[in-house]
Ligand binder design. Sequence first.
Ligand SMILES: [Fe+2]
Ligand SMILES: [Fe+2]
Length: 194
Amino acid sequence: MAQRNARKRATSRKSSSRSKRSQSPKRASARKPDAIRMLKDDHQRVQALFERFERTRGETQKEKVAEAICNELKVHAQLEEELFYPAARKAISDQDLLNEAEIEHQSAKALIAQIEGSSPANEKYDALVTVLGEYIRHHVKEEEGEMFKKVRQSELDLAGLAERMQARKRSLLGGPASRAVGRLATMLGAPATA
Ligand SMILES: [Fe+2]
Ligand SMILES: [Fe+2]
């Protein structure tokens, strides 16, 4: 009996601390739009797609996953190039980080174009997607490990920037490339956007 009461007290302590946590200002601010979080969500989603590609068998399925990877990356790169990078350029002094990121985008786009111009029937198709995955992993590591950290410490209004990025993303997602992302997301049972 005493044991049961002790357990009951522990449970009620747990649930009250949980409800306090959910009302904390930290939780409330976590829902605020944030340009860096938005980009990190994109990174995670495309990483999951690369992992899915590795597990995928069958030419039709492979082509669909690769198409989704390419479309996700094209929309993401456009958002960074049009909105995030120019804002970051003004906010941080390390311009080399931005220059390198922009050049890496050019190389990634060349690989994307090669994948889009190819098909799983090409014996090098898997290698192209794998190399793109490795390249993006390296690029993301530099963005998240260096650029985003510096931008986070700057005065840049990340909430305002996120709103502009979300609006641009919605308009880009109205295009034919992104309808394909939406179709694949439906097929995979995942949302097309973060
Ligand atoms: Fe990037
Ligand atoms: Fe990125």
